[in-house]
Design a protein around this ligand. Structure first.
Ligand code: FES
Length: 188
């Protein structure tokens, strides 16, 4: 008994589909060979450290970049802003910086930074994940979603919904003007 025409058509479609997939697989092997020499933009966004030039951030200004799909801030604090942080201890939940929200080397460091003038933090509110805004005129970060406030070291204020300080990621200085965000080791 011969195979019905509809079954033959299905078999033919299956064979054509398999051949096309095989062709695509062949291409997939050939094309990314060159690309594999460089991590893709997506791979970088997902985890690789990100280099940032901080030479063009004026005192009082903040720059935002992306690391692991999250915003990361680099704030160039002025001398007055640095002194203001030291005076806001009674306003914040964790004045002594005991919470584990920064690399261990910064525990107990009230400025929560390697150099006083540059503050680096993940720009994600520790309440429900909105992105706070830098309010230079009030020397703080303010989350518009539910009103959480953080000082310019990312220490959370008392009486707001966010329970903890902003996260400070690992980072290292490659030079006076270059930072590597996402690792505390210089890559060589
Ligand atoms: Fe920031 Fe709620 S997400 S206060």
């Amino acid at each position: 008994m011969s195979t019905p025409p509809s079954v033959n058509r299905q078999r033919r479609n299956l064979l054509v589909g398999t051949a096309a997939a095989g062709g695509a697989a062949g291409l997939a092997v050939a094309v990314p060979f060159v690309e594999s020499m460089q991590p893709s933009e997506r791979a970088k966004a997902m985890g690789a450290p990100v280099e940032v030039d901080i030479s063009n951030i004026a005192p009082g200004e903040q720059k935002t970049l992306e690391w692991q799909g999250k915003p990361v801030w680099v704030l160039h604090r002025t001398r007055a802003q640095i002194e203001g942080i030291a005076k806001s201890d009674e306003l914040v939940v964790d004045p002594g910086v005991e919470q584990a929200q920064q690399p261990s080397s910064l525990k107990g460091n009230k400025l929560r930074s390697e150099k006083p003038e540059f503050f680096i933090a993940v720009g994600v509110c520790t309440h429900l994940g909105c992105s706070p805004v830098y309010q230079q005129d009030q020397d703080r970060f303010y989350c518009p979603c539910h009103g959480s406030k953080f000082d310019l070291a990312g220490r959370v204020y008392k009486g707001v919904p966010a329970p903890t300080n902003l996260v400070v990621p690992k980072y290292t200085y490659l030079s006076d003007t270059k930072l590597l965000i996402g690792t505390d080791k210089k890559e060589g």
